[in-house]
Design a protein around this ligand. Structure first.
Ligand code: FAD
Length: 565
């Protein structure tokens, strides 16, 4: 079995006492991919690091993306060459650091009558893209004739199809990537806690020297001392900058992106497709396990940051787009089984539409010392972290004689005993699928467990005989839950169903079957009161409702996530 650092759900109180009693070199606000990446880089360089997250790790944008570790083809259209190059290089690095979380995914880009790209621009664009992203020769783009494109994807519309580009992308699970980043950071000495919300800054003269937090699970207050505070609050960055009145003319512009999910057999694509939408945008359809997901929209957003929902307009836009590209499937709203809606924390630029705004990250520094980072991509988390920690170590070195080395995260594998490469991932999927088959479990779970947990799947499989339900799906879920309680700081039902396992988005139909058993075990393990249990059920039901409903308007009241234990 793998030796895994314990980010145990049961140590939270102890961790809270520790975080309040020490002084940190660096306190990171926000447990998305950006914040967790920063915590990892800093801990690896020997900084005494803490991180607080107001909800769960990855509960913000980092569980709501398109889930691609990509070279950023669309940036090529914006002529952002440096960004394409950095995304491509980073993609190759993430593939080495966690191959089970960065899976090669061939992408088909149909060339259509009056489409965004013509034959020659696609051919040249994809060639440049491959060069900048450093794609291996065997993965280089191939240009396909109309006939070849139809063979690759018979569902494409034959009346508008002219040919296609066929190129390399990589698929991830954004939330699992974030969780592994924070586990690795903890294994190197960082102290992360979820459900601690920063409500104010603490000052020494005119410099920030710490933060005040509210514990959203018991309403207590915690003060944390730190030499440097970095905000990686994603869409909430300006809310945090409002606390110290440091918003300048460089501010966030939030745009919403919605994905819808249908059963795989309603859109049985042979590979992912990146296609034109009648309004001139492009969207993805990506097959994944039991489902295919379609997205994304990109619209200016001014609603609640704490409850972002899909509207009927979002749903109809995506349905229209997908039916236009694959005319024989005629998807209707009744085919959709779930959705997710996330916010892009982009940097405002006067006169630009949502799709035109740059995806580059920006660092803001306030006079009181608060450093904030926003924008960027999941794919670039490591470089963003490196830039921030370089800045922090420079500052710390100026204020004391301490010296810190350069970033080493390029060489730090994210999980213990990582699978070596894509081939090893495939081989391990077959091995775990056979193990599943042997004990009467759908071999799908072999793929699911390995692409979620990598080699840590062994811990879940080994513990399986301890669970005695007649339904093996319940046994798998409980074995996963115990693993996540022991190692991944699960505090609430939604943490498990959304961020640790992705079931709300990719296997929503399984939730009904396992929900009661999972919630009962959480209640027993975390010693929930009857009130807490009731509240957890209500919140889970509300989240399932949001993932399966489409609202007339984005103006919905925030969910009451605060709980008195
Ligand atoms: P977040 O994940 O939002 O994390 C910020 C965290 O800060 C949150 O968890 C929040 O709870 C916490 N926080 C806020 N305020 C406080 C406080 N006061 N105290 C404590 N904690 C606080 N990128 C890619 O590379 N590939 C893609 O395919 C891709 N697709 C995308 C599709 C969509 C629709 C969207 C919206 C984005 C996509 N992105 C993609 C971009 C990528 O998802 C984001 O850049 C990335 O997840 C941002 O991470 P973050 O950590 O900065 O923000």
């Amino acid at each position: 079995m793998n030796k895994i650092v314990s980010l145990s759900s049961f140590d939270r109180q102890k961790r809270k006492e520790q975080i309040a009693s020490e002084r940190y070199d660096l306190l990171v606000i926000g447990g998305g991919a950006t914040g967790c990446g920063i915590a990892l880089d800093a801990a690896a360089r020997g900084l005494k690091t803490a991180l607080v997250e107001k909800r769960d790790f990855a509960s913000g944008t980092s569980s709501k993306s398109t889930k691609l570790i990509h070279g950023g083809l669309r940036y090529l259209k914006q002529l952002d060459i440096a960004l394409v190059r950095e995304s491509g290089t980073e993609r190759a690095i993430v593939n080495k650091l966690a191959p089970h979380l960065c899976l090669p995914e061939k992408m088909l880009l149909p060339i259509i009558v009056d489409g965004t790209f013509g034959k020659y621009s696609t051919s040249l664009g994809l060639w440049v893209y491959d060069k900048l992203a450093g794609v291996d020769k065997e993965d280089s783009r191939v240009m396909l004739s109309k006939k070849q494109a139809q063979t690759k994807e018979p569902l494409l519309n034959p009346t508008t199809l002219k040919g296609a580009g066929y190129y390399a992308e990589y698929r991830t699970d954004d939330a699992r990537l974030t969780i592994e980043l924070i586990k690795k950071a903890a294994s190197l000495g960082a102290l992360p806690i979820n459900y601690l919300e920063v409500t104010d800054f603490v000052y020494d003269g005119d410099r920030i020297c710490g933060v005040t937090c509210k514990d959203l699970l018991d309403q207590s207050e915690v003060k944390i001392k730190a030499k440097q505070v970095v905000s990686a609050g994603g869409p909430w960055v300006d809310k945090l900058r409002a606390i110290n009145d440091s918003i300048t003319n460089k501010r966030l512009q939030l745009t919403k992106g919605v994905h819808i999910v249908v059963p795989f057999d309603r859109l049985p694509l042979k590979q992912s497709v990146y296609f034109d939408v009648p309004d001139g945008r492009m969207i993805f359809s990506i097959p994944r396990g039991k489902v295919t997901y379609i997205g994304t929209t990109d619209t200016v957003y001014t609603g609640s940051l704490d409850r972002v929902v899909a509207t009927e307009k979002d749903r109809d836009y995506l349905l229209h787009a997908v039916n236009n590209t694959f005319p024989t499937i005629t998807l209707t709203k009744y085919d959709i089984i779930s959705n997710w809606a996330g916010l892009r924390p982009l940097i405002h630029e006067d006169g630009k539409s949502p799709s035109e705004l740059s995806r580059k990250d920006e660092i803001f520094e306030a006079p009181d010392g608060l450093v904030s980072i926003a924008g960027g991509k999941l794919t670039g988390y490591r470089k963003m972290a490196e830039r921030i920690v370089d800045k922090v170590t420079n500052k710390l070195s100026k204020d004391s004689s301490a010296t810190f080395g350069k970033s080493t995260t390029k060489k730090i594998a994210l999980t213990p005993e990582p699978l070596q490469d894509n081939k090893a991932v495939r081989a391990y999927i077959s091995e775990v699928s056979s193990m599943c088959k042997d004990v009467g479990i759908d071999p799908y779970y072999g793929w699911y467990l390995v692409t979620n947990y990598g080699r840590q799947a062994a811990n879940i499989m080994t513990a399986l005989p301890n669970y005695k339900s007649e339904d093996q799906e319940v046994n798998i879920a409980l074995s996963e839950l115990d693993f996540c309680l022991e190692h991944e700081m699960v505090q609430r039902a939604e943490d498990f169903f959304i961020r640790r396992t992705g079931r709300l988005y990719f296997d929503i139909l399984s939730i009904e079957k396992i929900k009661e058993a999972v919630i009962a075990r959480l209640a027993e393990s975390l010693e929930w009161s009857a009130d807490r249990l009731k509240k957890e059920r209500e919140i889970m039901d509300a989240l399932i409702h949001d993932a399966t409903h489409y609202y007339e308007s984005e103006e919905v009241p925030a969910l009451a996530h605060d709980v008195v234990a």
